[in-house]
Design a protein around this ligand. Sequence first.
Ligand code: ADP
Ligand code: MG
Length: 591
Amino acid sequence: MSKIKILPVHLVNKIAAGECIERPASVIKELVENSIDAGATKIDVYIEQGGTKVIRVTDNGAGIDTDDLPLAVTPHATSKLQDENDLYAISTMGFRGEALTSIGSVAVLKIASIMPSRESGGQIEVGDGHISEVRPYAGASGTTIEVDNLFFNTPARRKFLKSPQTELGHCQEAVIRLALAYPTIGFTLSHANRRILQLPAAESPRTRINDIFGPEIGDGLIQVFTQSKDITFSAYVSRPQQAKPSANWQYFFVNRRAIRDRYITHALREAYRGLMPQDRQPVGFLFLEIDPSIVDVNVHPTKSEVRFADSGRIHSLVLGAIRERFLSVDLTAGLNMRDTKPQGLEVEEKTTPHQETIKEALNDFLKSAPKSDQARIPFTHHTPDVTITKRRDREEADILPSPTERVLQIHNSYLVVETAEGMMIVDQHALHERILYQQMRGRVNAGAVPRQKLLMPELVNLTPDEMEQIEQIRPSLNQAGVEVEAFGPQTAAIHSLPAVISHLNATEFIEELLTRLGKTAKVEPEQVLEHVLQSLACKAAIKAGDPLKPDEIQSLLASRNKVDMASSCPHGRPTVLQMSLSDLQKQFKRT
Ligand code: ADP
Ligand code: MG
């Protein structure tokens, strides 16, 4: 008896649905894309229970001819491809003609549509593969598609759905991606009675970015633009100082489709190399318009990946354009108190957040800053103790100092300290990093680092290459007080840490270390040890953004006097900025 059978159509559709409909957010993506293809200028998305109960998308687009309604829900029926040639020059979001069919096989699907030129239209319903007859429909012109009880007939899929809150998050993200790609279309997203997004039609992507993410993200972005015969690249990227702890604020679009792509991800990251710490991620909204003949969008059922004919060219174009733009923008984080504005675009007229923070620190402390053009305050950073003793010998009785240090922590990052000779601003992370480094270095030089055994080993997942690299540098790690052992083929276990370190995220430490060591270079043991100590200090130190208690501040400042080279962190950045009272007096023209 023959064992091979042709699958019934409804089963084929369910299987196909498995590919493009993963969760409520995928339904939203497909429906909104159809509305965009229909030329809508306003798209409203309404959902209940994270989209698992109801998803309704209403648009004011071209509508569906009543006679076409049964076809719209038939597999591989589309109005968007006429012949094979179109496949190589796709200009619509959809073209596979399978979304509505797939949705109709795993949910209850209702379509109601009126074409703008008609008085009335039609509606149709699909449930579990069964298609109703077309009934008349009256309402505003455009199309409303509702999807109820997603996966009601595929319990295995339904089980994989997360909480309504999590699904809502995915739905919101889906709308955001489409809204970023189509700023001139107005969007709303509502969850039951709550308005989640309200995005009026915008003229430029920057306005849309601001409407979605707020001016904190949007305002400081630098615009990048370059164009060639077959590729246009435009982007909005953050200054290095505005970088984020994760890549959540990176969006890439190719021909207005949100995509993931490792070449573009890498190029963006690479553009910031050396400009920001390794554990930060730039904010970036990158839009590529590429001649459809040199990019294939038909490599993934949800079209979230594309294949470039020449990915190397895309990589260097993105990297080159951002780097070149950086050259024309003042990215420095230096301290400049002059009241003059730098030349350039409107966005460039702002100081960087870093400058801003220090400036605010000074303004807080001094109450008012001098306004004249010459009012550049000559800051220097040098080892505080030395200068203080020298200056104490001088006769400056009238402006002399209180013996105790009064301190103010600002922005959870800097300590403004009243010192014997004037004032100083301490970078809490940089100083703590230096202190930890010096303490560990001292113990290493003395021959033994006191270590503390961890009650539970900290496990770190690694690639086989990284495992091998860790194995090679094990002696240096051990010398610094870090005992590491293989725990499985791709897992290392950390059993002890140097005693001066109270807590450490082991994974971050190993990542930091491997990044410092680089992938290829053969490094001398002494250099490895240096990297180990620096990585430990960096990851165990108080972070910028950590609020400190008064006793923590006092102990940090007290340790400053006990270690060498307290004026710079192990990477050579200053830990302390100083200003003497006589400098202050000069600035206020008191002398
Ligand atoms: P595809 O988008 O790949 O063509 P779909 O299954 O998503 O396939 O949609 C099938 C067809 O239904 C589309 O080609 C289009 O003609 C029609 N359609 C779907 N949604 C809309 C809409 N909101 N407005 C107008 N036409 C629509
Ligand atoms: Mg479609």
